[in-house]
Structure formats: C-alpha cells, structure tokens
Design a protein around this ligand. Structure first.
Ligand SMILES: *[C@@H]1O[C@H](CO)[C@@H](O)[C@H](O)[C@H]1NC(C)=O
Ligand SMILES: CC(=O)N[C@H]1CO[C@H](CO)[C@@H](O)[C@@H]1O
Length: 369
C-alpha cells in the first residue's frame, strides 16, 4: 500500500521539484525526500507533521541543503556501501571499565524525572511554536546549570535561520581535536503543529538521558583523550533540520568527528534490551556501539527504522560515522509516538536508567579512541 502511494506521488511531484524549486520555497513550502529515489516534493510545514510524522513516514527536509555531496548521499540507497564515512578502526572489546563503572554508579533517575516533568509540561515542543522556543530556553539554562560543575565545559546555542528554536551543544574539551558526540533531539509533536505534544518518549527521554550523562561527567570533572560533545537538536520532527545545520557547519569547519551516537527514544522497552539500529548508519561504529552496550547492559536487539528516521542520518550524510541506539525494536516500541498520549506516565524508568548508564559507558570508552 504505502509503496504504491509513494510511487504515484513521486511521479506527480518529480516535475515540480525539478522545475520550480524557488517558487516552492518563496511560497513557504518545504522540499522533502522520503527515500533515496524520491526527487523531492513540496509540502507545507503543517503537512510535514500531519501527513508524514503523524503517519510515521520518515523524511528529510532538503530545502536548505546545498552541498551536492550531502544531496548525493541522501539519494543513494542504504545498500550501496560506497557511501562510507571516514574509516575509523574501533576496538572490538571494552577496555575502560575501571574508569566507567564508578561513574555509572552515580547515574540515577532523580534528575531525569524532574527534567522530563518540565519538558512534558510544555504544551508541545514543536520547533515553530512559541512553546518550542520556550522549551529550548529552559533546556539551555538547564544544560548550563548542569555543566557548571566543571568550568572547563562550554555550552552554546546553535541558532537556525529557518525557525526560532535553537539547538544546544555542550563540550568537554579533551587533549585532542577529535570529537565524540552523543545526541538526542528535544523538539516534539503531537501530530499537528497545534496539538498537545508532551513527547515523553519521543524524544524527551533521549534528552534527559544525555543530560544525566552530562551531569555525572561534569560532577566528576571527567576528561577524555578526545573532546566530548552533547548535542540537543531542534527541529528533528520537521525533517532533521537542526542536526542537518549542525553537521553541515562541522563539515565546512573540517572538524574531526570520530563517532556520533544518536539516541532518540529511551523510555519504553518491553524487551528490556537496548536496540541497535542497522540501516543508514556506519557499520563499524554500530558494531562498536553494540560491543559497549553488551558489555555494560547485557544482550541487545537489532532493527531498521528506514529513511530519515532520526538525526544520525544528518551526521551520515555529512560524512561522519554515526550510530543509532533506541529503547526497543519498531514493532514493540511505544504505541503513543507522535500523539498526545506520549505522556510522562508511560515512561519506564528502568529503561531511562539503562540508557543513561549506556551513554556514560559509551562516552568513557569512545573518548579514548
Ligand atoms: C591530557 O593531557 C594531560 C597533560 O599532558 C595529561 O596529564 C592527561 O593524563 C591527559 N588526559 C587524557 C585523558 O589523555
Ligand atoms: C524513531 C525514533 O526512535 N525516534 C523518534 C523521535 O524522532 C523521530 C522523528 O520523528 C522518529 O523516528 C521517532 O519519532
């Protein structure tokens, strides 16, 4: 059904995308791609949410992407292995448990519960709403406050030209210019631009997991060999907008990124196992992410989530090695995604705790690469 529908819309919009791109943009429409072979279609901001996000159709908003290499990767099937990130050899076993375990012992759900209460109390965190901007302002001051335990940590806002909600980046400088990134997006949607969107699992849970890891590492004044960055992306639900801008900036600056470990949903897991996603990712980094998850949290599962499913796709399309780790396989993941029912009460706190510990373990192991 879905592929038939998509085929028809590809044929009918191919001419549009090729012939009048500027007209689409000037009338406020956005150009989105739902697969490597999709030439793109012009849709309104509202349709992006109600006709794609709410129906769980993954897409990338390419309106502002001008780099031909990035567009080429976004148009290449996942099965084409010529699309490779800079080759990095990752370890096949963990080797920093003596450093990681005492830090992992500091991880708790106390602060994540408080942060997620605040995040889900915003009416929504839609990236073009005033609530979404207010949520970003609150998150920025909270990241600053958490990071202040270690004066070496810098916190900055990364502003976006197409919408008001900024992304947020915290950095623990290391001894090298190489960078390890852990990421999550903090915007949410309830299925339309005006719907209530508590976004507890999607993806408030990922946000508080990253924040809890930052809290523990800041308190310990942890420093890795490589620099460590915590990215909180704006505008993910609009087609990976925040992460696309951040990674385009990093590519232009020639930054040396060794790993991007994106987490999205981290609060609902009937299986009790971390799920490692295997499509549109760097397979070497993904294998390493699994080594760390298995060593520190036990058995893992695997799944694929399709085109444009989360911000790791932006890292990958800009040539950086990226992995995607989630709380559950698709079939058994939260039934409340992208609805007003994605509420605080549905969050399973042992799952949040597992992902927070995993994040600390990943950072400690990977920052000595
Ligand atoms: C960073 O460099 C300092 C000074 O050389 C050294 O003492 C420290 O052990 C290094 N830290 C790491 C994590 O490599
Ligand atoms: C798929 C996933 O794990 N992440 C969720 C958070 O955001 C993206 C974009 O909407 C979706 O893939 C999920 O909603």
């Amino acid at each position: 059904m879905r592929s038939t529908t998509l085929l028809v819309s590809l044929i009918s919009t191919a001419w549009l995308a090729a012939a009048v791109p500027a007209a689409g943009k000037s009338s406020g429409l956005r150009l989105i791609k739902t697969s490597p072979s999709d030439p793109g279609k012009w849709v309104s901001d509202e349709d992006k949410i109600s006709k794609y996000v709410a129906k769980n159709i993954g897409f990338v908003d390419i309106t502002d992407i001008t780099d031909p290499e990035v567009l080429k990767i976004l148009s290449t099937p996942d099965s084409d292995k010529s699309i490779a990130a800079r080759a990095i050899t990752y370890p096949t076993s963990v080797s920093h448990t003596a450093v990681a375990n005492p830090l992992i012992a500091q991880v708790s759900t106390t602060n994540p519960q408080s942060w997620l209460t605040t995040l889900t109390n915003f009416y929504n965190r839609y990236y073009k709403s005033t609530y979404g901007t207010q949520a970003a302002t609150w998150l920025y001051s909270t990241v600053q406050s958490v990071a202040s335990a270690n004066p070496a940590i810098t916190v900055s806002q990364f502003t976006h030209s197409a919408f008001n909600q900024p992304s947020i980046i915290a950095k623990i400088p290391g001894n090298t210019t190489n960078i390890i990134i852990v990421s999550a997006h903090f915007d949410s949607t309830g299925g339309s631009s005006t719907a209530r969107g508590p976004g507890a699992d999607d993806n408030g849970s990922g946000t508080v997991v990253i924040l809890e890891a930052l809290r523990v590492l800041a308190n310990a004044k942890f420093k890795g060999k490589d620099s460590i960055e915590f990215h909180f992306y704006a505008g993910e639900e609009g087609g990976l907008l925040g992460s696309a801008a951040v990674f385009a900036n990093y590519k232009a600056a020639g930054k040396s990124v060794y790993a991007v470990m994106n987490q999205d949903m981290a609060g609902y897991s009937p299986s009790g196992k971390i799920s490692i996603y295997t499509d549109y990712v760097d397979s070497s980094l993904t294998a390493y992410a699994r080594v760390i998850a298995t060593a520190y949290t036990g058995a893992t599962t695997s799944d694929a989530c399709g085109y444009g499913c989360s911000d790791h796709a932006s890292a990958r399309s800009n040539g950086f090695p990226a992995a995607y780790v989630c709380d559950e396989k698709m079939a058994t993941s939260t039934p409340y995604i992208h609805t007003p029912q994605d509420a605080y009460s549905t969050i399973q706190w042992p799952t949040v705790l597992r992902h927070s510990k995993y994040t600390v373990a990943f950072i400690v192991e990977a920052s000595f690469l």
